[in-house]
Design a protein around this ligand. Structure first.
Ligand SMILES: Cc1cc2nc3c(=O)[nH]c(=O)nc-3n(C[C@H](O)[C@H](O)[C@H](O)COP(=O)(O)OP(=O)(O)OC[C@H]3O[C@@H](n4cnc5c(N)ncnc54)[C@H](O)[C@@H]3O)c2cc1C
Length: 286
């Protein structure tokens, strides 16, 4: 199936892209096109104008700055998956990127695009909230920072306004004793495809006990969510097997689990517990 006709703009500067967005109601940004193009071809979504940001220089790098690593708007999933800074400071995000789709998708799709698209079963958003990341949004009237846990509003709905581009994802650099991990069941088994349930964890261990923790869950509700009760249960423990099991039992507390084509509420709740345990064991072992 072919998309409806649309106007295609390919600006070579961020300012031009922002002006195009501001002056063209209903215009949509295209980064990797791995979600936008399929939706357009299925005619589930038909923007009148597509603003392709792929020719803009300076958006494709991962760099360390002050207290965070910065992931630019055009960083591809494969780049995130193999970058040494991501491996050091944001292990969960690197794992989530490595398990996003197939090679073609990972070579074209972008980490920031996955955030902006806000699919309910996307992998990397769970890592972003667990890692305490910040989204940097720019419009022609300025720039603002949005904490990751406030960015994902609902299914396919982020906190971005129509005239904003997500220009950067900032992940805090790791400190002594902080680790993270991601694990999931994909729709086609193992780690392949969108998450039926996926869990990203971040833990800070100080003097042998867990002093802080965040657990991000994807695939089970209408948006990636922090499992606050489970994280609280882990804090103050020494992160042993019993503490992990007790925390994992609470992972869907406060999250509305929904049934979909890939699993019942009971199945998804069970998977969320299993992958919380696995991700916590992995993080605490590292
Ligand atoms: C076969 C297949 C398998 C997939 N499997 C998985 C999977 O296992 N796990 C997973 O998480 N995802 C999966 N995906 C989705 C994939 O990760 C997409 O790459 C991602 O969702 C969107 O990134 P993109 O750069 O391609 O964005 P695009 O398709 O270009 O854009 C998607 C949406 O986000 C908006 N957008 C994109 N970038 C920006 C920006 N910088 N600022 C503002 N708005 C922006 C666009 O306007 C559009 O609405 C799969 C996709 C396909 C086709």
């Amino acid at each position: 199936m072919f998309s409806r006709q649309f106007e295609y703009l390919a600006p070579t500067s961020l300012d031009d892209a922002l002006s195009a967005l501001a002056s063209t109601p209903g215009a949509k940004i295209m980064s990797g096109g791995q979600s936008l193009i399929p939706l357009m071809k299925l005619r589930l979504f038909s923007p009148g104008t597509v603003v392709d940001i792929g020719r803009i220089d300076g958006l494709g790098d991962i760099v360390e700055r002050d207290d965070h690593i910065s992931i630019g708007a055009l960083v591809r999933h494969n780049q995130t998956a193999s970058d040494p800074l991501v491996a050091e400071h944001a292990t969960a995000l690197g794992q989530a990127a490595a398990w996003t789709g197939d090679h073609q998708v990972r070579n074209r799709g972008t980490t920031c695009g996955a955030m902006a698209h806000a699919d309910i079963a996307a992998d990397q958003p769970a890592a972003a909230i667990a890692l305490g990341a910040t989204m940097v949004a720019r419009s022609s009237s300025g720039e603002r920072e949005i904490p990751a846990q406030e960015f994902f509003v609902d299914a396919l709905t982020s906190a971005l306004s129509d005239d904003e581009i997500l220009v950067e994802l900032r992940v805090p650099t790791s400190t002594n004793g902080s680790t993270s991990a991601y694990d999931k069941l994909g729709r086609r088994g193992g780690h392949t495809d969108y998450a039926v349930a996926g869990v990203a964890v971040w833990v800070q261990v100080t003097d042998g006990s867990v002093s802080d923790a965040r657990i991000g869950v994807t695939g089970v509700g209408t948006r990636p969510s922090l499992a606050e009760a489970a994280a609280s249960a882990l804090i103050g423990t020494d992160g042993n097997d019993e503490a992990i099991t007790d925390a994992a039992a609470l992972v869907t507390d406060g999250i509305t689990v929904i049934e979909d084509l890939y699993g019942s509420v009971e199945y998804k709740t069970h998977l969320a517990k299993v992958f919380t345990e696995r991700a916590l064991r992995q993080a605490l072992a590292g």
